[in-house]
Design a protein around this ligand. Structure first.
Ligand code: NAP
Length: 315
């Protein structure tokens, strides 16, 4: 029996795909918003018949949003971008859209779970960070009951973080270290973040700010070392002075899907770990279970020569 209808904005993304599986497995029906229903058709295989509905919608079409929100019990916002263009600016996607959602949810008496990002509060030199914080503040002003989840970097076989790095590490003998590789992260597995969102829905946790972190803190350099080891490669890690790093980012950001932008380079300077006094998924009784190194080992064979059954990759 269907327990609740959950409307997911940004359902086709990394977290969305894991969340849909978790919810449908537990008898929640998901209404999946996307900009392109043809491209999102693969979502149909993520759960039983009758538990997944795909809805194409422009996220700035208010009457469409109202119609979608009317048809659901709770709304989850997973829409986010890593780089901006003239139309899809950080402000539009991370601040204006959440504000619209909050207003409609308030009007319709529905609740909102909004996914922001960890550790951005004091970052003043990144447009990404400022837009995410502005989005959080606008939601807080409008919809007191909203719960905001702030994840550290999320990893899984279908991420654009470990998989991108393993792809590069498998090809190049040396890898640049920004800020000497000392920035700290708390990577969380996509399954653990899906479990957390499910936990919030199931227990009807309202008006919370939850920092979503993995099982341990690791530096950027340690992350790269783990990834290189997991694909059986010995690589040289070379600290890149900031002017050179900035120059490379200024070139890379000209590509359509940039590997690195200047804004991302700025963000990489700041630790991405639990904040002082912040409440985490561990504090609310939903701890992460998947260790970074162990989790990566489960899929890193995709980047080894010969794949899963080659020497050194057997599980
Ligand atoms: N993954 C991480 O490491 C990480 C870490 C911290 C915070 N977060 C945050 O968590 C949320 C979900 O992350 P994710 O990794 O699942 O993201 P993702 O894989 O990049 O997916 C983003 C989703 O946003 C939608 N989207 C992108 N641009 C859009 C636009 N202009 N208009 C409407 N929809 C648009 C896409 O939907 P369609 O293309 O189907 O329309 C897609 O489903 C984001 O807010 C992200 O900032 C993620």
């Amino acid at each position: 029996m269907i327990k609740k209808n959950v409307l997911i904005f940004g359902s086709t993304g990394q977290i969305g795909r894991h969340l849909i599986r978790k919810l449908t497995k537990n008898n929640y029906k998901v209404i999946c918003q996307t900009r392109n229903s043809h491209k999102a058709i693969f979502l149909k295989t993520s759960g039983s018949i009758g538990y997944i509905e795909i809805k194409e919608a422009n996220i700035f079409d208010i009457s469409k949003l109202e119609e979608l929100i009317d048809s659901s019990d709770i709304c989850v916002n997973l829409i986010g971008i890593l780089y901006q263009d003239k139309i899809n600016t950080f402000k539009r996607i991370h601040s204006d859209f959440p504000e619209i959602l909050a207003k409609i949810c308030e009007k319709k008496n529905k609740n909102l779970i909004h996914i922001s990002a960890l550790g951005l509060e004091n970052i003043k030199d990144s447009d990404y960070a400022k837009s995410k914080i502005l989005g959080e503040n606008r939601i807080r002003q409008i919809l007191k009951t909203a719960t905001i989840i702030k994840p550290s970097v999320v990893f899984s076989v279908d991420d654009s973080f470990t998989t991108k790095f393993m792809g590069m590490l498998s090809l190049f003998p040396a890898f640049p270290l920004y800020y000497k590789g000392s920035t700290l992260f708390t990577p969380i597995h996509a399954t653990d973040i899906a479990d957390l969102i499910y936990f919030v829905i199931k227990n009807n946790l309202l008006a919370k700010d939850i920092e979503a972190i993995g099982t341990k803190e690791i530096s950027f350099k340690e992350i790269l070392k783990i990834l290189a080891k997991s694909i059986n490669k010995q690589r040289l890690f070379i600290p890149l002075p900031y002017p050179l790093a900035r120059l490379s980012a200024s070139i890379l950001q000209l590509f359509p899907k940039p590997l690195l932008t200047i804004d991302q380079l700025k963000l990489l300077k700041y630790n991405n770990i639990k904040t002082k006094g912040g409440m985490t998924n561990f504090d609310i009784g939903c701890p992460s279970k998947i260790d970074f190194e162990e989790g990566v080992k489960k899929y890193s064979y995709n980047w080894t020569e010969g794949g899963q059954y080659s020497k050194g990759s057997e599980k």
